[in-house]
Design a protein around this ligand. Structure first.
Ligand code: FIX
Ligand code: ZN
Length: 473
């Protein structure tokens, strides 16, 4: 065993000391012991300088901690992420892929914030062009106030990462810089800056702009994975059935046997067409399972058998209350506490189904972790939307790692604008690394020093490796 002070010579003396109120074993070598007046540390004499020893020990521990922090940060920063949920699109979808400063500024998180300050009627805001809306948001949230909210700070982080001089607060110059980019290069640029290797899209056959692109077919960009989004099918079957009928599936608003097989054919066709990695839906806080509702029956009779047949996970995003303030459009959704018994029932009754879950309410997070400890067919991911603020992300990440170790996916970006990959991952990585440093330091104190290879393996697991394995299981 090496000496804890010089880390070079074999330790020959073993002391038990009290440091910061804790009993601690200290192993030191002969020269280091003598240098601190501990001729015989096993029965120290009058020359022993305990303050020196404690100070030097403190300093070496501090150095070790900062070396560990550097090592973990370097690994977290250089490990490519599989971003398991975004609203970004493959280049083939044209204008559905949002990018650039005006899209960044008109992100719905910022729209919700700007109305905290504006007296402007909602309709007036929506009648402005995107550039005018962006101007108004820039002026209100960045110039008239300091941009300290997480969503505002995200824009600043992103601009700085692009190498733009944010000190000048010059929106015109920023726009000029963006105008010089071609989208293909820009995708690569943002993915590199964000350290993202795979982007999971959110793909809805019910979106009239998106559907024809899939139907026409295109050459896939391997960096973009597909997820089949089925909210209308799960949440509003009576209105969705006629659409499926129009597309050639033999279904009616009642869930007869032939309707169930027609709807399953629809899911099979779309899962194949887009090569879906999983199916997904966002559900309100009132979601219950099982119950008499059509939502519950559609899940039971159509979605779960389909997922079992195709071996695909079903992602449930729980707790969103849509259109709490419809005048705010996309920015008008709210949230509520979910009853996670629904998820518990799903996991318990369908052990052959896999569930991916994220929950919007902070108050649901602990229960969700406990559920994941009980059901291996449940994989939890991301700090979603209103939980995606540093103090909650830190709390959730620590809670998950302490309760589940490495068997969770601590973050997804939910990026709607390509550029957001940069700040969402930069901010998240910092928190994930911080929590990991703490955990590895605690282990090291107990004598278990994680090696570089072990840390690299663990970080890969957290940043997408665990998710990929869960999907293939
Ligand atoms: O349901 C979802 O996928 C949500 O993430 C979105 O509806 C929401 O608008 C959003 O972008 C949150 O980050
Ligand atoms: Zn989303």
């Amino acid at each position: 065993m090496l000496c804890e002070l010089c880390n070079q010579t074999s330790a020959t003396f073993h002391l038990t000391i009290i440091q910061n109120g804790k009993m601690k074993r200290v192993d030191i070598c002969d020269p280091c012991a003598r240098a601190r007046g501990l001729e015989n540390p096993n029965s120290p004499g009058a020359n022993a300088s305990w303050p020196d020893l404690l100070r030097d020990l403190g300093a070496t521990q501090e150095m070790k901690r900062s070396a560990l922090a550097q090592q973990v940060e370097q690994i977290v920063n250089s490990t490519g992420v599989y971003d398991v949920h975004t609203h970004l699109y493959d280049r083939a979808f044209g204008s559905l892929l949002l990018w650039g400063i005006d899209d960044l500024l008109t992100y719905h998180y910022l729209v919700a914030e700007v109305f905290r300050h504006l007296d402007l009627p909602y309709q007036k805001f929506w009648s402005l062009t995107k550039t005018e809306q962006a101007d108004l948001i820039w002026d209100t949230l960045f110039l008239q106030h300091s941009p300290i909210s997480e969503a505002c700070r995200g824009v600043v982080t992103t601009l700085q990462a692009h190498g733009l001089d944010v000190k000048k607060r010059d929106l015109g110059a920023i726009r000029k810089w963006f105008a010089s980019w071609k989208v293909d290069d820009y995708i690569t640029h943002c993915m590199q800056l964000g350290g993202v290797k795979t982007i999971s899209m959110t793909n809805s056959p019910f979106d009239d702009e998106e559907r024809p692109v899939w139907e026409r077919g295109f050459e896939r960009d391997e960096r973009f994975a597909a997820a089949l989004r089925i909210d209308p099918l799960v949440l509003d079957w009576p209105k969705t059935a006629p659409r499926l009928k129009e597309w050639g599936y033999d279904v009616t608003p009642e869930l007869s046997t032939s309707t169930v097989s027609g709807a399953r054919r629809f899911l099979a066709d779309w899962s194949n067409r887009i090569q879906a990695k999983y199916l997904m839906v966002s559900l309100p806080p009132s979601f219950a399972f099982p119950e008499e509702s059509l939502t519950s029956q559609v899940i039971e009779k159509i979605v779960l058998p389909h997922c079992r047949e195709f071996g695909l996970p079903f992602a449930l995003m729980l707790g969103v209350k849509r259109a709490v303030n419809p005048a705010l459009r996309l920015a008008g959704d709210g949230m509520g506490l979910s009853n996670l018994e629904a998820l518990e029932n799903l996991c318990a009754r369908y052990p052959d189904n896999k569930f991916l879950t994220t929950v919007l309410a902070r108050e649901n997070q602990h229960e969700l972790c406990v559920l994941a400890r009980k059901f291996r067919n449940l994989h939890i991911f991301g700090c979603w939307w209103f939980t995606n603020v540093p103090y909650v992300v830190e709390e959730m990440t620590r809670m998950r790692i302490e309760l589940l170790g490495l068997s969770c996916t601590p973050q997804h970006s939910d990026a709607r604008v390509l550029d957001q990959l940069v700040y969402k991952w930069q901010h998240s990585r910092k928190i994930i690394a911080g929590v990991l440093v703490e955990k590895y330091a605690d282990l090291a104190e107990a004598g278990w020093e994680a090696t570089q290879t072990e840390i690299e393996r663990d970080v890969k697991e957290l940043l997408g490796g665990g998710f990929e394995r869960f999907c293939k299981r």
